[in-house]
Design a protein around this ligand. Structure first.
Ligand code: 2NL
Length: 355
């Protein structure tokens, strides 16, 4: 190799060794290999080389070009490596650790059921109303046509709280109806609301929990009939259970707050638990036309306005829909049960198909 080539090699090696970051490295690369680089200039000057020296000079230049390209590339890798090492050291990362398992959260079946119920009645024009879990005796019982000493107060195993002064003791609400009472007292008719929330009864076994969820609905308008109630609940049940032909039956019943009152059954097969098939009936809802005394208690004139109302247990419909047989695990936070019955928050639901 001639002196000028040796000099360029030595100069480049020294410069590369002195470069401590990629910016300095890039300046060297351009100064050597770039369009106006030193090696490029030498290659361009090949034209001026006498014919008898061309062959030797050309071969030497090609070797130099390869050596310089390799040296520059090797320095880039070394600098990148050093940069990464410095970052790893600074950030305290141990890249040899195994990745942490990524836990995806799941939607609790009660939450999913509440979302579905709300979506269906929402599509029918209902809004959601909320109220307190601790209620006065008047909102929980009296306004609903359940006067003091009425047997309905006894057969609902009520949690009573310490009384304040001479007032009747407050209660943990035994149904969500006090929220509809509050709605009627504060909103003029027409009214279309559903209430979904926690309710409480002093009862605990495989089918009863002291805290459970109810969904109730209330529609107040002029000229409402049992026909409106039936159409609304049939549509809801067929949508909720995803069966357009689900058999639905209405049976006369009694509640103090509705007159007439109807229990609602759906067709199923008792032996297999399959809904919509078989010759058995399963009670799923309570309903009725709002008792005129309840309307009057809320300042609504029952001669001008009628209403229909219904109520159901959220756990109960969730269990039926998803084949869950025991009520207790709903509130035990057992991760194995939740993994089995929980819903992927990102997966499409029946609600995406429209209700
Ligand atoms: C059931 C039955 C029902 C109602 C709840 C209601 C509320 C007001 C006025 C009239 Cl403010 N009615 N709610 C009506 C009928 C039945 O629930 O079996 N629930 C689990």
């Amino acid at each position: 190799m001639t002196d000028d080539l040796q000099a360029l090699q030595a100069e480049t090696d020294a410069a590369l060794a002195a470069a401590t970051d990629l910016r300095a490295w890039d300046a060297i690369r351009i100064a050597v290999l770039g369009r106006n680089g030193k090696l490029t200039a030498l290659l361009r000057d090949m034209g001026k080389i006498p014919a008898d020296q061309k062959r030797e000079r050309g071969a030497a230049l090609n070797r130099l070009k390869e050596a310089l390209t390799d040296a520059i590339e090797a320095r880039r890798r070394a600098l990148e490596r050093a940069q990464l090492d410095a970052r790893i050291a600074a950030e305290g990362i141990d890249p040899t650790l195994p990745p942490r398992p990524r836990e995806t959260g799941l939607i609790h079946p009660i939450s999913r059921t509440i979302e579905e119920i709300a979506a269906i009645f929402g599509a029918m024009g209902c809004t959601i109303a909320e109220g307190p879990d601790v209620e006065s005796d008047w909102y929980n019982f009296t306004a609903l046509n359940i006067p003091p000493h009425h047997p309905a107060r006894a057969d609902q195993d009520t949690f009573y709280l310490p009384a304040q002064g001479n007032l009747p003791p407050p209660v943990l609400r035994t149904q969500t109806s006090p929220v509809q009472i509050r709605t009627m007292l504060t909103q003029p008719p027409p009214i279309r609301v559903i209430v979904i929330g926690r309710t409480y009864r002093a009862d605990h076994d495989a089918t009863h929990s002291p805290m459970f969820h109810q969904c109730e609905g209330l529609v107040i308008d002029r000229d409402l009939t049992l026909g409106h109630l039936k159409g609304c609940l049939i549509d809801f049940l067929r949508s909720f259970f995803g069966q357009p032909e689900l058999p639905v039956r209405f049976r006369s019943s009694y509640f103090p707050f509705t007159e007439p009152s109807m229990e609602v059954d759906i067709g199923w097969n008792r032996r297999s638990g399959e809904l919509g098939k078989g010759d058995d009936w399963l009670e799923i809802l309570g309903s009725g036309m709002v008792h005129p005394r309840v309307l009057a208690n809320c300042g609504i004139d029952p001669r001008e306005w009628q209403g229909f109302a219904w109520g159901m247990g959220v756990e109960r419909v969730a269990m039926l829909k998803h084949g869950i047989t025991d009520l207790r695990p709903f509130f035990e936070s057992d991760i194995r049960w939740l993994r089995h019955y929980g819903f992927n928050p990102l997966a499409p639901t029946m609600l995406h198909e429209g209700v």
